[in-house]
Design a protein around this ligand. Structure first.
Ligand code: GYE
Length: 626
């Protein structure tokens, strides 16, 4: 029934769009439907196709959330899984005069250029579900498909209960990045068990009927199969119906992924015992409209990526999962007490980060118990224990290093206190010890630093020597900025890292590393890559003390992009600053209020960041917020 309503709405929308475009073609004007006058904003939604239940659910969520606002209108197009049609749909929506585009691409790489064109043309773009390459969009909202695959793998391992077994990967849309990431995550878990034999059947489409036909055609070879991993619930449904028609539905277990709710959908099938489990894949439709309004109102704090959380749904927890979907989100504005364990005061970035958090706490009615650990993990753990004793509502940690947190995080979980990771990440042996991560993509920051070098500092007949100033050992920004940089370095011949030392993100240690290097070596460095500005600025002081001209004799690329980095670029002493945004206060405090109000938290929220060099430094320096 609901599906018929949605289809009728879509048909009406398409007819209206066709009518409007015809008028536009005749009059040659940017036609705006007459209800534009009532609507302050028109949001165009380009959906990859409308035949998959998950995509209909996404549209329905968008429509329902949009209905809560009086001043917006939604226009939806259906690309019918055709890349060229989706490009035309986007063009028609632009001609329509939309203020923002929401797009769920048919194909990641084939729609990248069109999304870039729209974004660079000045129309905000929210990309959903399947991403696009690069970062030329306003915001990406989608699942972590690798995590969905890992969760499916863990479920299959539990179903086999440590015994040997044969698992069939039945995957549709095999060329889509979404299926590939799910398979990658699944394999990363299942391949650890040598007693599991993996077989695969890959299909070009996700259609239920295709899966039905493929499984039916396997009749006679299915006896050895213990479990089927289906890359989506349509595939799971098709596989189940085929097994049922062959009388084998009791002998082979099925694990799906998407977690559709509704009569006869996958969660229902789990409750009925038809399939063993499914992995939820939230659509993000509600979040898309909420962030769209933030973007249209030009509010601060809109992130670059919101990665949604997925759950393993089994017969044991399916009813609880369904109940959770109906939870009313109520923020009664009460004061929330937050214990915040901060790394320290090691850099200007940290100072801006601390200020942002303290100011946002006031704005969001958060009582903040703040501890500065002076880069000591021991002190951070003691602070967390104090917060537990004081029974705070939420604990936030910016962890000085990535490991060694399991025990204290288990104590927080035992006390029923959720822990949010801000700025930096932790790696724990046990899962689900923390809730959401809000911060940057450090890997991408490292890649951007080396990409800038590759594009702007050209080796001329000799291999260029790079000296790397690293943050503190074991910190996620240090490890990932180093890894991302090395990843691109491999693709760029003509450069080599000849010296790499930990400087703990401080000015003094950046200066000291250069002093020591000069004392121990004849100066042979062409490029300095610094994991943050403070170490780069310390290095600049040391170079000048030794008569070496920073920015000319040796090029310097740094991460953070603080105001002092801009000043150094204006003075010609720094060549490039890769941004790492410290202003996490607003998104962090908003997430905390949402979490306490009962809203499910995304897995991670990644901040928006850019790359700056001397060509823009003077123009932008006075606009910098930190
Ligand atoms: O780059 C540096 C600070 O954790 C991303 O820590 C942060 C890093 C930042 O000391 O300046």
């Amino acid at each position: 029934m609901r599906r018929n309503i949605i289809q009728a709405v879509c048909v009406m929308g398409a007819l209206l769009l066709l009518f409007a475009v015809c008028i536009s073609a005749c009059t040659g004007k940017r036609y705006r439907v007459d209800y534009r006058d009532e609507a302050e904003y028109v949001i165009g939604v380009s959906q990859a196709n409308m035949r998959e239940a998950w995509r209909l659910a996404l549209i329905q969520e968008i429509e329902e959330e949009a209905a809560k606002y009086q001043n917006i209108r939604i226009i939806t197009t259906d690309a019918t899984a055709d890349v060229e049609k989706q490009k035309q749909d986007v063009e028609k929506l632009l001609q329509f005069g939309i203020d923002l585009l929401i797009i769920s691409p048919c194909d990641t790489s084939k729609l990248t250029e069109k999304v870039e064109e729209v974004y660079q043309g000045g129309t905000p773009v929210i990309v959903m579900d399947r991403g696009v390459e690069g970062f030329e969009y306003s915001l990406f909202i989608g699942p972590d498909n690798d995590m969905i695959g890992r969760q499916a793998g863990e479920t299959v391992m539990e179903l086999l209960n440590g015994k040997a077994g044969t698992v069939l990967k039945l995957c549709g849309n095999i060329h889509s990045i979404q299926s590939q990431e799910r398979i990658q995550g699944f394999d990363s878990i299942v391949e650890k068990e040598p007693r599991i034999t993996l077989r695969a059947q890959y299909m070009d489409t996700e259609l239920k009927d295709t899966a039905y036909d493929v499984v039916t055609a396997m009749d006679g070879t299915l006896e050895e199969i213990d479990v089927i991993f289906a890359s989506s619930d349509y595939v799971a449904q098709g596989a189940y119906e085929a097994l049922e028609d062959m009388g084998m539905e009791k002998s082979i277990k099925i694990v799906g992924s998407e977690g559709f709710t509704g009569e006869g959908e996958s969660v229902d099938m789990v409750l009925q015992g038809k399939i063993a489990a499914t992995i939820s894949c939230p659509t993000g439709g509600k979040e898309a409209i909420q962030y769209a309004m933030n973007i249209l109102k030009q509010e601060n704090g809109v992130p670059k990526q919101v990665i949604l959380r997925s759950h393993i749904i089994t017969k044991e927890n399916a009813s609880e999962y369904l109940a959770g979907q109906e939870t009313e989100i109520v923020d009664n504005g009460q004061t929330i007490t937050v214990g915040y364990s901060q790394v320290g005061q090691e850099s200007q970035w940290r100072a801006a980060n601390t200020y942002s958090i303290q100011e946002a706490a006031k704005e969001f009615n958060i009582q903040l118990l703040f501890d500065d650990a002076n880069q000591s993990q021991e002190r951070q753990i003691a602070a967390i224990r104090r917060f537990i004793q004081e029974q705070v509502d939420v604990i936030v940690v910016s962890p000085v290093i990535e490991t060694g947190w399991d025990e204290v995080l288990k104590e927080a979980r035992a006390a029923g206190i959720p822990v949010v990771m801000s700025d930096r990440k932790v790696t724990t042996k046990e899962k689900d010890l923390t809730t959401i991560y809000i911060g940057a993509d450090f890997l991408e920051e490292g890649r951007r630093a080396m990409r800038w070098i590759c594009d702007n500092i050209v080796p001329e007949g000799k291999t260029l020597n790079i000296l790397e100033l690293k943050g503190n050992k074991g910190a996620s920004p240090t490890e990932e900025r180093g890894k991302g940089f090395a990843e691109v370095l491999e693709e760029c011949p003509g450069y080599q890292i000849v010296y790499s030392e930990y400087g703990n993100f401080t000015y003094e240690e950046g200066r000291e590393i250069i002093d020591v290097y000069i004392q121990e070596h004849a100066w042979d460095i062409d490029i300095i890559y610094s994991h943050n500005d403070d170490m780069a600025l310390g290095a600049i002081e040391a170079l000048e003390a030794h008569g070496i001209s920073p920015g000319t004799d040796v090029k310097i690329v740094s991460v953070d992009a603080t105001k002092d980095a801009f000043r150094a670029m204006v003075e010609g002493k720094l060549n490039c600053a890769v941004e790492c945004n410290p202003l996490l206060g607003a998104p962090l405090m908003k997430a905390i209020r949402d979490m306490v109000a009962g809203k499910e938290m995304p897995v991670r929220i990644i901040t928006e960041e850019k790359v700056y060099d001397q060509s823009v430094a003077e123009e932008l320096m006075n606009q910098r917020m930190y």
